[in-house]
Design a protein around this ligand. Structure first.
Ligand code: PLP
Length: 285
């Protein structure tokens, strides 16, 4: 089946889906994006993802004229046309096409909107969760507003590639004080030796993950102990469990950090429970 992409009002064959060379996303990474999980052909936590999109757009002063109700229709239609059952839907909004100039273009410049969707291999993802993943730690080289879900992802790209070259699945980024901020494309969590779940508060230093918010709800519902505070790499090495959260991965146990086994070197029971409970607390639309 051939894939279809939504580009500025049209559904196009994926291979012909193009934006202009002077799109500001292409020239300046001047745009924002969202990735939602698709499960049973439904969008998971669409409301929260669109609320975060609205916030990212407002922070960058990009005016998407399309109502969010219409955007929601495009998301669902792109999922339908690509026959996605279990996978992801991606949407990107840029400040539009204009002659190259760093300052904003004329206010009437229409933002560009692209939506794509694809299936993910469910059994591969499940196997990865059962085995757990390895992460490495690296300096966080990103800008000071990573709470905005901007498409400017070069430090994340370099970090993920470094992880891959070292045989790891993810890189955990470390701030100048030695605290873990988050992963290159996921939020980072540990469970201390006395069973407390620790994750960094959602300040400007991390992306406010939607899966993170859902996991906070699961933790509260299960009555587990939570500490929202920064944690160091040393604490992560000494943790009983570690895991990451992201829409495309839900909850993924971490079993090695910088080559050292986390806990007993197997996925922990808290991470596994949070993964199992996740969709009972998520919204479907
Ligand atoms: N942090 C970063 C840097 C990310 O890129 C992502 C997801 O892409 C996340 C965290 C997790 O966010 P969410 O749970 O909304 O997917």
């Amino acid at each position: 089946m051939s894939r279809v992409a939504y580009v500025n009002g049209r559904y196009l064959p994926h291979r012909n889906a193009m934006v202009h060379v002077e799109d500001r996303g292409y020239q300046f990474s001047d745009g924002v994006y969202e990735v939602c999980e698709v499960r049973d052909a439904k969008v998971v936590d669409e409301r929260r993802h669109l609320a975060r999109l609205r916030r990212s757009l407002d922070e960058l002063r990009i005016r998407l004229t399309m109502p969010f109700s219409a955007l929601s229709i495009v998301l669902h239609e792109t999922i339908r046309r690509n026959r996605v059952r279990d996978g992801i839907v991606y949407l990107q909004v840029t400040r539009g096409v204009a002659r190259r100039d760093h300052a904003f273009p004329a206010p009437q410049t229409a933002p560009s909107l692209v939506v794509t969707a694809r299936n993910l291999d469910g059994s591969k993802r499940e196997k990865e969760a059962q085995q757990g993943i390895s992460v490495i730690t690296l300096a966080d080289l990103r800008w000071a507003r990573v709470d905005i879900k901007s498409i400017a992802l070069l430090p994340n790209v370099l970090a993920k590639q470094a992880a891959r070259e070292q045989g790891a699945r993810e890189a955990w980024l470390v701030d100048s004080k030695g605290f873990v901020t988050e992963g290159s494309s996921a939020n980072a969590w540990i469970v201390t030796s006395d069973g407390k779940i620790v994750t960094r508060p959602a300040d400007h230093g991390i992306l406010r993950g939607i899966s993170r918010a859902v996991v906070l709800d699961v933790i509260a519902a299960l009555g587990l102990e939570l500490e929202e505070r920064p944690f160091t790499v040393a604490e992560a090495y000494a943790a009983r469990e570690a895991f990451v959260t992201a829409a495309s991965q839900i909850v993924l146990p971490v079993i090695r950090i910088d080559g050292r086994a986390v806990g007993n070197g197997h996925p922990g029971s808290i991470a596994t429970t949070l993964r199992h409970e996740f969709h009972r607390h998520a919204e479907f639309s």
